[in-house]
Design a protein around this ligand. Structure first.
Ligand code: FMN
Length: 440
């Protein structure tokens, strides 16, 4: 367990984050925010006021088309569409804050290692070390089709991602600090003799280049990962400094912590670990009101307007299985998939250890993609968060909003002060960079 709880805020640059049809709620401002830099900058400033470690931009770069073999249900309800790019928001949110870290998802099947390094490192340089990268291997068939790629198997994607990261490390490390001269007298900008030009030829990827950015005094961007299948965990242990995870109940979180420790020990024994201890942020979705009844009514109000088709359109994309073919009232089992094995495993078993039906799974995915909700008064929410943090030994939480920005403001104004008063959450930032704060 960490000394203090760490908190990040999940966001998606779309009409909603995880709560489907949140854009249709009268309280929500995100639809207008899609046309407004200041919406995102205000959100960033609210989070910084609440001393959050950072934002985490999840990203699905293309629209799921697995359910009923069509994009129609996704588009009809705004379920995984529109797919606006989070990168510009990283820049403007960093520009409006001083301490807040900003983690952003970029898929290793959606770009090249050179372009990824260039984009993320440029932002990390500009923000003085406040940018992190959630490395995903791109589970979505829609993303592969959008980029004109053929099918890549689940484990093969991770093998390719290992090569991708090897190239990124070389690009990050190829210009040592000492090579930078920037001497106005001689006119020499850098010493080429000290630069190791990358020349990588792998099974999947090639790269011949000088690292595109100046070496940052804050080092490499902070690396996150969220794959939780066997192969995904192996990848995480090799590359991630902090792991994002979703478990739909506390029993699952405890089990996941044990699996992660075992994977960490196995990686260390094979000399493949990155030497970091396992720092896990579990997803949680707070719904805060002045009474528990009002908070529960709010959750119901949000759920009522969500059609089953909207939920199954997203869930089918994540599972890589057309769920329209299944009886919604029969228990689910893990199915063979090339998409997200980790999210499927976290969804199909209830807290009692029994298989859930598709309809039950859909109800946990509607608002929060199976992320457990903490519903109640600010005191109750703080209690449950503290208990979960202590019981599971996790590093902290990655919070999923319902409607925005009000659910984030409610949390920052009403729950954060309680956590701070209890001494379990920071009252001021430890340092300047994302790593300084998240690793403290
Ligand atoms: C908290 C969390 C956030 C994730 N965010 C993204 C994301 O933004 N984009 C994405 O393509 N995959 C995302 N994923 C999926 C995983 O990164 C991973 O690609 C997927 O689970 C398949 O790997 P696995 O079979 O090893 O779990 C996320 C998973 C979790 C648990």
């Amino acid at each position: 367990m960490s000394k203090k709880m760490h908190l990040m805020q999940m966001l998606i640059h779309s009409a909603s984050t995880h709560t489907l049809l949140s854009w249709a709620d009268p309280k929500d401002g995100q639809l207008n925010g899609l046309q407004d830099f200041s919406y995102w900058q205000n959100l960033a400033q609210t989070l910084e006021r609440g001393c959050f470690d950072g934002v985490f931009f999840a990203d699905s770069p293309a629209t799921h088309a697995v359910y009923k073999s069509s994009v129609k249900p996704s588009v009809e309800y705004g379920a995984s569409w529109p797919n606006h790019d989070p990168m510009p928001l990283v820049a403007i949110m960093a520009a409006a804050t001083k301490h807040l870290g900003i983690g952003v998802t970029l898929s290793t099947t959606g770009t090249t290692p050179y372009l990824a390094t260039r984009r993320i490192s440029t932002l990390n340089y500009l923000s003085r070390g406040r940018v992190g990268w959630n490395i995903v291997s791109g589970f979505s068939a829609a993303e592969h089709q959008a980029n004109g790629l053929g099918a890549l198997g689940h484990d093969e994607r991770y093998d390719q991602a290992d090569e991708f990261m090897e190239i990124c490390y070389r690009l990050w490390d190829c210009v040592p600090d000492a090579a930078i001269l920037q001497d106005p007298v001689t006119g020499k900008f850098a010493d080429p003799e000290q630069i190791n030009v990358v020349d990588f030829q792998g099974k999947f990827l090639n790269c011949k280049a000088v690292g595109p950015t100046l070496p940052s005094p804050y080092g490499r961007p902070l690396l996150f990962q969220a794959g939780s299948s066997g192969r995904g965990l192996q990848f995480a242990m090799q590359h991630a400094e902090v792991i994002f995870a979703i478990q739909s109940h506390v029993a699952g979180m405890k089990k996941s912590m044990l699996q992660l420790s075992a994977a960490s020990a196995a990686a260390a024994a094979q000399g493949k670990g990155n030497g970091n201890e396992c720092k896990v942020l579990f997803g949680l979705q707070p719904i805060v009101r002045s009474t528990e009844l009002e908070a529960r009514q709010r959750a119901e109000e949000l759920a009522e307007r969500i059609p089953l088709d909207a939920i199954l359109a997203r869930l089918s994309g994540v599972f890589g299985v057309d769920l329209s073919q299944l009886d919604p009232d029969r228990p689910l089992a893990e199915m063979e998939t090339q998409a997200s094995r980790g999210l499927m495993a976290a969804t199909v078993t209830g807290a009692d250890g029994k298989a859930v039906t598709l309809r039950q799974a859909a109800s946990t995915w509607a608002l929060s993609v199976a992320i457990p909700q903490v519903i109640g008064t600010p005191e109750q929410v703080a209690d449950e968060m503290e208990r979960t943090w202590r019981e599971t030994g996790c590093y902290g939480f990655n919070l999923s909003p319902t409607t925005n920005p009000d659910s984030v403001e409610d949390f920052v104004d009403q729950v954060v002060p309680i956590l701070q008063a209890r001494g379990v959450f920071r009252t001021e930032y430890e340092g300047d960079s994302f790593r300084d704060n998240l690793m403290a």
